[in-house]
Design a protein around this ligand. Structure first.
Ligand SMILES: NC(=O)c1ccc[n+]([C@@H]2O[C@H](COP(=O)([O-])OP(=O)(O)OC[C@H]3O[C@@H](n4cnc5c(N)ncnc54)[C@H](O)[C@@H]3O)[C@@H](O)[C@H]2O)c1
Length: 267
């Protein structure tokens, strides 16, 4: 336990798994009150129980990040429970792999809905609550971090929808960061840019599944990780550590930044 984020109210989407879950646990062990939101409510309910059993405060909420009325309801619940919002981390995302020529418009839109509409709604409603327009009591700004991807910087075949969603997210964050700076509202908005991170997201990708069938899951992970410049993927806790820094007062002059944590992938 540390007091690095003592007393901060933090809302984390996609908190049911991977990077979001690691971020919630890290924030909680640093003294923050965490609101853990996910489209899979059962996993965040379990996570909130685990955090509360360790003596910290947590609230689990059901949230599909592509649904605006669910955002409004979730943030209203947060304000009702804790009175304000200091930190918002948008981790929820889906991967999707298919060549452009084979992709349907519905498949494209699904990726955009979760990854890009979801980021837009996080930023829009995060700013609104942090500025105190919806009954928040702080009015002293806050910090928003969006989880992007190296795919938004460096193209790979078969990842067009995912890559476009993450590239869009980067510019959304930068534009909104400058709007907040101009408004002098004390809100900072930054992006973390991981490459490979060892999370359950990979196990849903057909390429990984084919490798796992051919070689076994452990060998599939080993060959994927060996393809990275540093010879391994990041662990979700390592991305959480970077997010923790960005939301803290130590990063007070960082806004509109892309913090790349990619083991050299985009170098
Ligand atoms: N794992 C990687 O290699 C990697 C690399 C770069 C970026 N990222 C990004 O990191 C973020 C987290 O990924 P992860 O690897 O932890 O994935 P994960 O699959 O382990 O976790 C994603 C979580 O998001 C939730 N989610 C999915 N759709 C949602 C929706 N519509 N509303 C709310 N929650 C939803 C899932 O239920 C799940 O709990 C994603 O945005 C992903 O694009 C991951």
């Amino acid at each position: 336990m540390s007091s690095y984020l003592e007393g901060k109210i933090a809302f984390i989407t996609g908190a049911g798994s991977g990077i979001g879950q690691a971020t919630a646990l890290r924030f909680s062990s640093d003294g923050a009150v965490v609101v853990v939101a996910d489209v899979n409510f059962f996993v965040v309910a379990e996570l909130a129980d685990r955090i509360k059993n360790s003596g910290s405060q947590a609230l689990a909420l059901n949230l599909d990040v592509s649904n605006e009325s669910q955002w409004e309801a979730a943030l209203a619940e947060t304000l009702k429970a804790f009175g304000r919002l200091d930190i918002l981390v948008a981790c929820a995302g889906i991967s999707f792999a298919k060549p452009v020529a084979a992709m349907t418009l519905d498949e494209w839109r699904k990726v955009m809905a979760v990854n890009l509409d979801g980021a837009f709604l996080a930023v829009k409603h995060g700013i609104s609550v942090m500025r105190g327009r919806k009954g928040g009591t702080n009015g002293k700004g806050g910090s928003i971090v969006l989880v992007s991807s190296a795919s938004g910087i460096k193209a790979t075949p078969g990842a067009s929808a995912y890559a476009a969603s993450k590239a869009g997210l980067n510019m959304l964050a930068k534009s909104a960061a400058l709007e907040c700076a101009a408004a002098k509202d004390g809100i900072r908005i930054n992006v973390v840019v991981p490459a490979g991170v060892r999370t359950p997201m990979w196990t849903s990708i057909p390429f990984f599944q084919e490798l796992a069938v051919a070689q076994g899951e452990a060998a599939a992970w080993a060959s994927l990780e060996a393809s990275q410049p540093l010879g391994r993927f990041a662990r979700p806790q390592e991305i959480a550590a970077a997010i923790r820094f960005l939301v803290s007062d130590e990063a007070a002059t960082m806004t509109g930044s892309e913090l790349v944590i990619d083991g050299g992938y985009t170098a």
